[in-house]
Design a binder for this molecule. Structure first.
Ligand code: TMP
Length: 234
């Protein structure tokens, strides 16, 4: 339909869309958390798009494959990592996130630009100034309305990672080099640094990032976040 042919096309959605991201280190329980929040919001009659990064559109998912399984013998440079996740993000924002927000939907995204700030920035040592320009360019400047940072002791997240890996191996028979968990076998010190870096980031964005204790059972963790969500967006 031609733009403007129906006056209702011009009306903003009855309820504003909300962009909510979920962040945290490896094995903190983000997937269950996003699923629980999605069920809750849908139960309230909201339209929800649950998505993840890197990925979220067919092209962004292809970029994820390159990122997650670099060509053997040609390890990804940190600059290339930053550019790959940014290319995937540009596609994701333009093709999925912004259109959904314009339609008044809730977008729940498992990881977003904060992951770049932590993994490629604080850990990968790409200068923050360069990263912020890349993030602004790839997102067109959109920021989440709210970010849940799932946080728990590294012993707990490492235990969950180990359980996840053995469940995957048992059901699929994949070998250890399969996708996901590019850091599953990383040293404990890496996971400690990740946790510390996310804490630093939360202090940089105290209004947007809410730290959630993710050490309890998934339902308890989700209930804490739902209480915050209800308070912020009644
Ligand atoms: P996950 O979906 O299982 O959390 O895996 C995604 C991996 O990609 C995780 O190790 C974090 C990493 N990542 C980055 O390094 N930078 C980014 O910008 C994003 C979105 C993810």
């Amino acid at each position: 339909m031609m733009r403007g042919s129906n006056p209702h096309d011009e009306l903003p959605p009855a309820r504003p869309g909300r962009f909510i991201t979920v962040e945290g280190g490896e094995g903190v329980g983000k997937s269950h958390f996003v699923a629980a929040l999605t069920r809750h919001l849908e139960g309230l009659g909201r339209s929800v798009v649950a998505t993840r990064e890197p990925g979220g559109t067919p092209t962004a998912d292809k970029i994820r494959e390159i990122f997650a399984r670099p060509v053997s013998g040609d390890p990804l440079r940190m600059e290339a990592e930053a550019l790959l996740v940014s290319a995937a993000r540009a596609q994701h924002v333009g093709q999925l996130i912004l259109p959904a927000l314009r339609e008044g939907k809730y977008v729940l995204c498992d990881r977003f630009a904060d992951s770049t700030r932590v993994y490629q920035g604080k850990i990968g040592a790409i200068p923050r100034y360069d990263l912020e320009r890349l993030i602004a360019f790839s997102t067109g400047g959109i920021e989440p309305d709210l970010t849940f940072l799932l946080d728990c002791d590294v012993d707990i997240s490492l235990g969950r990672l180990a359980a996840r890996t053995s469940a995957r191996l048992a059901t699929t028979g994949e070998n250890d080099s399969s996708e996901v968990g590019r850091y599953d076998k990383a040293k404990r010190s890496f996971h400690e640094r990740l946790r510390f870096s996310y804490h630093e980031l939360a202090q940089e964005y105290p209004d947007r990032i809410v730290v959630i204790d993710a050490s309890s059972k998934p339902d308890v963790v989700a209930a804490r976040a739902i209480a915050i969500l209800t308070e912020r967006f009644p």
